[in-house]
Ligand binder design. Structure first.
Ligand code: ATP
Length: 349
């Protein structure tokens, strides 16, 4: 099976190198094809996301993307495309699955331990680069007025709800739909209307709703009560950073972007320019994202080896994190990015 690897910006090249080294250790018959994106390809090719790289992603069995500093890119017309957003749209990667789990032996910053998964809609919402057919969803009628359009569709809401309820069946059987129905009555109303229909088809799954503001507080106060958290694009983006940081560190924040036919592993965090190139980043976020990709491939291709490999990576990282001597600086340890990667490989070996 072929995986396309896009190292990205900031800490991206460091954590993707570790991720590929770990995957190579697993003897799964994977081949890797690396392409520059972001600042590296802007310098060479005048664009942060060459069209042929997107086509390579479309042709691959899976994608591993490092974080991208798209905030620093030039305008799109001058080559500054957002590789992450563009791939999510082009390959219809509508489900962004973002787990947050506290680990044995590691302090968590919320009051309770947690084991939850945020299921975030990924292709519409307030994200201006992905909610219009032509043009973008933000505009300025005058220099002093700025407007932003949010797109919510019945179909988009239904399919992400289905993904959440199916996931809950394999977990603790509870879905919490996070919303702001008290203010955005039309868009949130459509989202919840579709979610409630799906909920009715899953009578074995407990269903509840929470407003986004109380959810932000409840994650700090009692995250243990949540299992699968279903929400729209922007709330999911914000809540997942909160949840993973509360669980221990953003450095543990794994995710996949999944559609019917494609899947992309991507850490939840950004390119962390403050620690880039210093061998300080925790690569666990991307390595664990790759493990999620292996699980997705294992289920899709019915490969027990892939499922076993995903579990082995998780177990190796849990064991390393449990020991204060084998932690990275974000978790109070001293191991560098590369050394942590070597420890994972040693555990797998
Ligand atoms: P961007 O502009 O790409 O979003 P950012 O620095 O604004 O980058 P993040 O990359 O999400 O946002 O980083 C937020 C904080 O978390 C930073 O202090 C960063 O160093 C830290 N951080 C993020 N990822 C990791 C990681 N893998 N290991 C250690 N620290 C991390």
């Amino acid at each position: 099976m072929k995986l396309v690897v896009l190292p990205g910006d900031g800490i991206g090249p460091e954590i993707t190198a570790v991720t590929v080294a770990v995957l190579k250790k697993l003897n799964l018959g994977l081949s890797f094809e690396t392409h520059d994106i972001g600042h590296a390809s802007l310098k060479k090719e005048g664009t942060t996301y060459p069209a042929r790289v997107l086509e390579a992603c479309r042709a691959a069995d899976g994608i591993i993307i490092g974080p991208v500093s798209h905030l620093d890119y030039p305008p799109r017309a001058q080559g500054g495309a957002n590789p992450s957003g563009d791939t999510r749209i082009a390959l219809d990667l509508y489900a962004n699955i973002r787990p947050a789990r506290s680990r044995k032996g590691l302090p968590h910053w919320g009051r309770t331990a947690m084991d939850l998964v945020i299921v975030r809609e990924n292709t519409e919402g307030f994200y201006a680069d992905r909610n219009m057919h032509v043009g973008i969803g933000e505009f300025m009628p005058t220099p002093e007025v700025a407007l932003s359009v949010r797109k919510i569709t019945a179909q988009g809401s239904r399919r992400i709800a289905l993904a959440a309820f199916e996931m809950a069946r394999a977990r603790r059987k509870k879905v919490t739909a996070v919303n702001k129905i008290n203010v955005l009555k039309v868009t949130e109303g459509l989202f919840l209307q579709e979610v409630r229909k799906v909920a009715a088809a899953f009578p074995d799954i407990a269903y509840e709703e929470q407003l986004i503001d109380s959810m932000a507080a409840l994650l700090v106060r009692d995250a243990a009560r949540f299992d699968v958290v279903l929400t729209t694009n922007m709330y999911g983006d914000i809540l997942s950073d909160e949840a993973t940081e509360l669980s221990g560190s953003l450095g543990l924040a794994a995710s996949i972007n999944a559609g019917e036919r494609h899947c992309m592993a991507q850490a939840q965090h950004g390119s962390a320019p403050d620690i880039a190139g210093q061998d300080k980043a925790n690569p666990a976020s991307l390595v664990l994202s790759a493990a999620m990709l292996l699980e997705w491939l294992g289920l899709k291709k019915q490969s027990p080896d892939f499922l076993k490999a995903a579990k082995a990576i998780e177990a190796a990282i849990d064991a390393l994190i449990e020991n204060p001597k084998t932690r990275t600086p974000d978790l109070g340890g001293t191991l560098g990015t590369r050394a942590f990667g070597e420890e994972i490989a040693r555990k797998l070996g």
